[in-house]
Design a protein around this ligand. Structure first.
Ligand code: 13P
Length: 253
């Protein structure tokens, strides 16, 4: 049985003081996290150190929103896997569509980051997803296939088993228009089958596949109730304690 993973991607929101306030609010609800559910907070880099201190001994895990694939050096503005680990991160989001679209990240770059994250002992959350234009052209599966095969190039079977895939249709991100549970389930099933073909069905069954894109408390249970939807990568709704916990608790509905 795969356990559910709910991750909050704060994106470029919350300065240090606001982060402390949100984390303190989340901490008051920690005891409500169902036993089989992992909850990950991914604040901006500037809040990771303070988040690490506040979350110590709590049931929440910490993740970052991006990283560089090199260990160190002249890479102005970048942060390494070891740096993330030094501030308590155990997860890292890679290849988010905003990074692909706004910052030119390619499948090859995502693959280099993924291999470094795995080698460093971080749990990567690798994002894939089609644009509205691609969905309308009915090439969703081809797009996902190219993204997934590109990201997983030279990744071993043991490593893919501990990689989280997040299916985030670009047209559903920040639009209030989520994929229906059936639409999402179809793509999640496709992703699992593809991993089964690339590796083995035993491994494919172990991979956690999250859905992301306008997940809210009122649509979470429908999505999370589908057999291949193993969690959520939440944007806007993770910025408020009440709505984030509405989603966390939907895992047990
Ligand atoms: P929203 O939940 O705001 O649509 O964002 C989803 C997302 O991009 C999470 O990574």
């Amino acid at each position: 049985m795969r356990s559910k993973v709910i991750a909050g991607n704060w994106k470029m929101n919350k300065d240090a003081d606001e982060s402390v306030e949100l984390i303190n609010g989340l901490l008051t609800r920690g005891a409500e996290i169902p036993a089989a559910v992992t909850v990950v907070l991914c604040p901006p880099f500037t809040s990771l150190a303070i988040a690490h201190r506040l979350l110590d001994g709590s049931p929440f895990f910490l993740g970052a929103q991006n990283m560089h694939y090199e260990d160190e050096g002249a890479f102005t503005g970048e942060v390494s896997a070891a740096m993330l680990k030094s501030v308590g991160c155990s997860y890292v989001i890679l290849g988010h569509s905003e990074r692909r679209q706004l910052f030119g990240e390619t499948n090859e770059l995502v693959n280099r980051k993924l291999r470094k994250a795995l080698a460093s002992g971080l749990t990567p959350i690798v994002c894939v997803g089609e644009t509205l234009e691609e969905r309308e052209r009915e090439v969703t599966e081809q797009v996902i296939s190219v993204q997934l095969k590109g990201a997983l190039k030279d990744v071993s079977e043991a490593d893919v088993a501990r990689t989280i895939i997040a299916y985030e249709p670009v047209w559903a991100i920040g639009t209030g228009r989520n994929a229906t549970p059936d639409q999402a389930q179809d793509v999640h099933r496709f992703i699992r089958k593809l991993i089964g073909q690339m590796y083995s069905w035993t491994t494919a069954e172990k991979v956690v596949i999250q859905y992301g894109g306008s997940v809210k408390p009122d649509n979470a249970a429908g999505l999370l109730g589908k057999p291949d939807i193993d969690g959520a990568l939440v944007g806007g709704a993770c910025l408020k304690v009440e709505s984030f916990f509405g989603i966390v608790k939907a895992t047990s509905l």
